[in-house]
Design a protein around this ligand. Structure first.
Ligand SMILES: [Zn+2]
Length: 207
């Protein structure tokens, strides 16, 4: 199985912030998942690349996290539990099962009002101040509520490549998307299946 730490660091195949956040555990359904946001600082790096926070908010949060490592670790634990929650919600959605919204609703009860939007570098983001370490969680939660309250909820897919486990919104007209990325997982999986087929043929000939 190929391991490419750049894959999730720079490629966002989920199509929605909450799904790209869910995809920060690489090879999620394999025996050896790879954590792409091992700590709060790494998570802030992800927020910058995914453009969920302004550079100013990220700089402010980096300073707070350095001063309060225990609080940063607690915020990180809360983020990872939200991520696990998104996995189970997405799995329920793609199986057309009922989702358990208890955790999401408890978080929504604590969420601040949505701040004004700002346009930075050609994209829009929530203008959060970067004052509290839990702040970066909110754009992810708001993205999740947008998915759940829209047609996206019926279009959640999970990559069919062995061990990948990445989620996406299947926006293909006939809902036939199989891979997080045709170029990455699709190519690898097609090669793997062709190889397995050839091996089977050779083994068959050998008797
Ligand atoms: Zn994949």
């Amino acid at each position: 199985m190929s391991r490419d730490p750049q894959r999730a660091a720079t490629q966002f195949f989920g199509g929605r912030v909450c799904l790209d956040f869910a995809n920060t555990l690489d090879w999620r359904t394999s025996a050896d998942p790879q954590e792409l946001i091992p700590d709060y600082a790494a998570f802030l790096g992800w927020c910058g690349r995914r453009r969920t926070l302004s550079p100013q908010a990220i700089t402010a949060l980096e300073l707070i996290a350095r001063k309060k490592p225990d609080a940063a670790a607690a915020a990180q634990a809360e983020l990872l539990s939200l991520r696990a929650e998104i996995w189970s919600i997405c799995d329920a959605l793609r199986r057309s099962e009922r989702t358990d919204l208890a955790v999401v609703n408890a978080l929504l009860a604590q969420a601040p009002p949505q701040p004004p939007l700002v346009r930075t570098g050609g994209s829009y983001l929530h203008n959060l101040s970067g004052k509290t370490l839990s702040e970066p969680l909110w754009p992810i939660l708001w993205s999740l509520t947008a998915v759940l309250t829209s047609a996206d909820a019926s279009r959640i897919g999970c990559c069919q490549a062995n061990g990948c486990g990445w989620f996406y919104v299947d926006e293909s007209p006939n809902r036939t998307r199989l891979w997080c990325s045709s170029e990455v997982c699709g190519n690898r999986e097609r090669a793997r299946r062709a190889y397995a087929k050839r091996r089977k043929k050779v083994a068959g000939k050998g008797g």
